[in-house]
Design a protein around this ligand. Sequence first.
Ligand code: GLU
Length: 435
Amino acid sequence: MVTDLSAAGPADSSSAEAGAADSALATARTQLERAAREIDLDDDILTRLRQPGRMHEVTIPIEMDDGHVEVFSCFRVQHDNVRGPYKGGLRYSPDLTKEESVALAMTMSWKSALMDLPFGGAKGGVRVNPKELSPAERERLTRRFTHELRNVIGPMRDIPAPDMGTDPQTMAWIMDAYSMMTDESQPGVVTGKPRAIGGSPGRQAAPGRSAAVITREVLAYYDRSVEGTTVAVQGFGSVGGHAARLLNDWGATIVAVSDVHGAIYDPNGLPVADIPLHDEEPEAVKGYDDAGVTRMSNDELLTLDVDVLIPAAVGNVITEFNADDVAADLVVEGANGPTTSTADLILAERDTPVIPDILANAGGVTVSYFEWLQDINRRSWSLERVHKELETEMQAAWANVLQEYEEREVTWREAAYVVGLSRVAEAHEQRGLWP
Ligand code: GLU
């Protein structure tokens, strides 16, 4: 089913600028429009980019383990594919909406382009709390969703990946179901798979690795070193956990980490290498047993007086209501969309640099690209090669963003959007409109 975006939130950007509580979609559109103004983007191209190209929405019935049937709302939003196949994660979340999927799909278009990958942007998932499903129910749901998406996804069409609430096992079910339906082994239809079926080494840790690499570069830009830098990380999963561990290896002091239940804080530093990540042991931060740590809420963690704050859990956590309380010198966005557009303005006025998600966590989609290349070529890379090539790609993107930041005197987010949006716009200009 293809629906019009008019049902998916305000199309009027001015309401987004003035909005009291920015939705993810309002924030995404405001960010697009700020960058569009900066590069004087052709109005016709902007009109196209404010809307997703296609939206797929299905309601699927699943037989639960006890025999009763439940129905689930599922989305796949394909924003733009002018530079290559649609690309982006699938999330299983009880709060997922079509509007949020649109916002996240738009963000993926700029992220892929900023990294100069031959991909567009997409996002989607299922409105469900995955913790409330048994593994068998998760598998039935995933395979049935894949069946519904059989004409929507494909290695040259749209390539899903893990996101919140999904993991390599979810990708394995999608790959298997799609391969069975097409009668061909199709590892390139999803990325973030287990190694045994064409997954790339280093894919799971990649978003955290890129967040750490970019933090290191930004600190150097401000004449500071990672050594001795204090860092608070919200979320201890594939982004936050890996970023914390890498920065810790490089000499930073990780003073706080959190999970959904709350945060632990130790001004002398936490032994993050010894605390299991969310995927290894979901309640490990909550269960961390050391009388020396102070417990605090996730909201309090955001206001700690640290050098670097990395919100790496969920979206919309730094808002107009708490932006003034952020005491960190630097914010590096590990999650997608943790800062609303109004909070962004407040932080900019206070001269707190915010390094945007589309740069900081772009290691995920970049190693997804490496995985897709490995799948298409039926060759696997070493972890060393993945790390080396990821470092090269991150350095290239960082250099592009830095150049725009210095030349235009804009925020880091605007600079990153300028790089990504310019590439998407140029591709639209070159390809034109047909028929
Ligand atoms: N879900 C991840 C993101 O938001 C990864 C996307 C991908 O690898 O396609 O960047």
